[in-house]
Design a protein around this ligand. Structure first.
Ligand SMILES: [Zn+2]
Length: 438
């Protein structure tokens, strides 16, 4: 037996010892939507697989879950989140009411992110991880900002999500809005983090980054074989400032700086784009993350996919961690603004799995499963799946969740995190944060 064969057997043994056996399940294939009554054996680990027949050499009896009457399908992924805003829910209104989106950033979000310290960041990550798992989400693509605590901030989030058993793809929001020193620290944090883990080069938006910063961000992305994660034309302000400062619209500026040529990039929102920008953007086949709940809340306008291709994903933009809710808003809002059907919106929700796989990011394999207690009053099958998904199913139906082959939610309770302790802590950290803002 050669070394490679020995390694294969060893890996298989390691995987098999941690297997989960889902008995009597109804499995729904996330791509074909085929329904299958079957037992499922779930391997653990980043590259773990699922089996529909019992593996022959199971050394230990796997943990078994009776899934009779339950539906098993792939977990959800949040393609754009801001974990740092988790403690904002219910916070006092700002002293000066913002009159537009730019003022909302200045008076609310850029004050909040400035007030974040290590404990608040950690607490935000843990409480988000808890909420995500309970909503069927096993992987978060996050865009973080904490200008008063930049160095090491991504490690705090990564460690909290690791502890909670969630997959992640993190980025620090580089921006020139806080001066030269903060930009330097943010670039350093990104470089340091990407040396250790998978991630993206985060940038706030075109209107808060100089050409010099954009160039440095592109270099870091190229050095680390990754892309950028940046807000694009969320509000007209992005285009207005771009035209004023650079005499060109945002997409043209990104094209001229070769930002559109990077692999693995995520452009967020993409609302205020004219037809030539849409064409230019689409030529590069980059991915977009759309966040309807946030767009409605900020009154910035509504996304339409016209001319932008199929690489469209869904996120929550820090509003919440519930991708069922995000998908539902995407359908009800989307159908009022463009010619789409539920299948298109469901494909957008699932597009993120292709994005992660194509770009070699780990942690979102087939062994990420949610088990739904969905007691439907009407027939439920492959042909009417999306009708049920958008008009019946919600996060409350998530009974168990398996992330990377590990059962992290059982009977709606987290198996790793102490929920009471985490919520008590986050309420305390929220009070601290709000005092700092007051
Ligand atoms: Zn965002």
């Amino acid at each position: 037996m050669n070394l490679s064969e020995q390694k294969t057997i060893l890996n298989h043994l390691i995987i098999s010892t941690n297997m989960i056996h889902l008995k009597n399940a109804t499995y729904i294939d996330w791509q074909t939507l085929d329904f299958k009554n079957t037992d499922i054996w779930v391997e653990s680990g980043v590259q773990g697989k699922i089996h529909f027949t019992e593996p022959t050499n199971l050394p230990d009896k796997p943990e078994s879950i009776d899934c009779h009457g339950l539906y098993v399908t792939r977990t959800l992924v949040n393609a754009h989140h801001h974990i740092y805003s988790a403690l904002a829910r219910g916070m006092p209104q700002p002293a000066v009411q913002p009159e537009n989106f730019h003022q909302k950033l200045q008076n609310v979000w850029w004050k909040l992110d400035h007030a974040l310290d290590e404990e608040m960041i950690r607490s935000s990550a843990l409480v988000t991880a808890l909420s995500a798992a309970k909503s069927g989400c096993s992987f978060i693509i996050d865009h973080h900002s904490s200008p008063a605590h930049i160095g090491g901030s991504l490690d705090i989030i990564a460690e909290a999500l690791d502890e909670a058993g969630l997959g992640h793809l993190l980025a620090y929001e580089i921006s020139d809005r806080d001066g030269v020193e903060a930009t330097k620290l943010a670039l350093n944090e990104t470089e340091n983090y990407l040396k250790k883990r998978q991630g993206l080069v985060g940038l706030h938006a075109g209107f808060t980054v100089s050409d010099e910063t954009l160039l440095r961000a592109k270099e870091i992305a190229l050095e680390n074989n990754t892309g950028v994660h940046i807000h694009l034309a969320e509000d007209q302000i992005d285009q207005k400032i771009s035209l004023k400062k650079y005499n060109k619209r945002v997409v043209q500026r990104f094209a001229d700086q070769s930002i559109l040529d990077l692999k693995a990039s995520i452009f967020v929102h993409a609302i205020h784009l004219n037809s030539s920008e849409r064409q230019l953007f689409n030529e590069h086949r980059n991915y977009i993350a759309v966040n309807y709940d946030s767009n409605l809340n900020n009154k910035v306008g509504i996304f339409t996919g016209s001319g932008l291709g199929d690489n469209i994903m869904l996120g929550t933009d820090g509003m919440h961690s519930n991708m069922f809710a995000s998908a539902r808003t995407a359908w009800f809002t989307g159908m009022n603004h463009e010619n789409i059907n539920p299948d298109t919106v469901y494909e957008r929700l699932r597009q993120v799995h292709h994005y992660l796989k194509q770009n070699g990011f780990g942690g979102d394999g087939e062994n990420n499963l949610m088990i739904l207690d969905y007691d439907t009053p009407t027939p439920f099958n492959k042909d009417n799946f999306t009708g049920h998904f958008f008009y019946g199913m919600h996060s409350g139906h998530v009974k168990h969740l398996i992330s990377q082959g590990k059962l992290i939610l059982k009977d709606r309770l987290h198996t790793i995190l102490d929920e009471e302790k985490i919520l008590t802590e986050s309420r305390m950290q929220a009070e601290r944060l709000w005092k700092k803002l007051g």
